[in-house]
Design a protein around this ligand. Structure first.
Ligand SMILES: N=c1c2ncn([C@@H]3O[C@H](COP(=O)(O)OP(=O)(O)OP(=O)(O)O)[C@@H](O)[C@H]3O)c2ncn1[C@@H]1O[C@H](COP(=O)(O)O)[C@@H](O)[C@H]1O
Length: 108
């Protein structure tokens, strides 16, 4: 289910690249450019931290959804897709703990 949602949303985000800026929220964000998208990612990250501190699970889920959404917009803007991140996570799952530490430059 998770992948279906991500892929469907990614398709919508791609389609917004050819939509007029005033026609939708995502098209408007693309038109404002990278800095505007990064600003939203930063805001949503902060709101996620605040929601976690509040300790209300529903609020946290809502804010993480906003954060994921805006990171997906960022990926699309940069010519990337959810599959690129999922492949990286899958690759990491295939690494042993030691290999993972070495990869991050924390090896013995
Ligand atoms: N999942 C989302 C989604 N999540 C959050 N948002 C928008 O992200 C913004 C969140 O920003 P804030 O919480 O800061 O609220 P805000 O103050 O209203 O935001 P700003 O206007 O200041 O940017 C809101 O405007 C939300 O509507 C989303 N907008 C769109 N989608 C999906 O993207 C698709 C394409 O959207 P459109 O381009 O609008 O058609 C939609 O069909 C949805 O599936």
């Amino acid at each position: 289910m998770a992948n279906d949602v991500l892929h469907e949303l990614a398709q919508v985000l791609e389609s917004r690249k050819s939509a007029p800026a005033e026609s939708s929220y995502v098209a408007g964000l693309y038109a404002k450019g990278l800095d505007a998208i990064l600003k939203k990612v930063g805001e949503e990250a902060t709101e996620t931290v605040m929601a976690a501190k509040d300790g209300v699970p529903e609020k946290l889920v809502y804010e993480v959804a906003d954060l994921w959404f805006h990171t997906l917009v960022l990926l699309a803007h940069q010519g990337l897709a959810p599959d690129d991140v999922l492949a990286e996570l899958a690759r990491r799952m295939g690494l042993s703990g030691l290999e993972e530490k070495a990869r991050r430059g924390q090896g013995a």
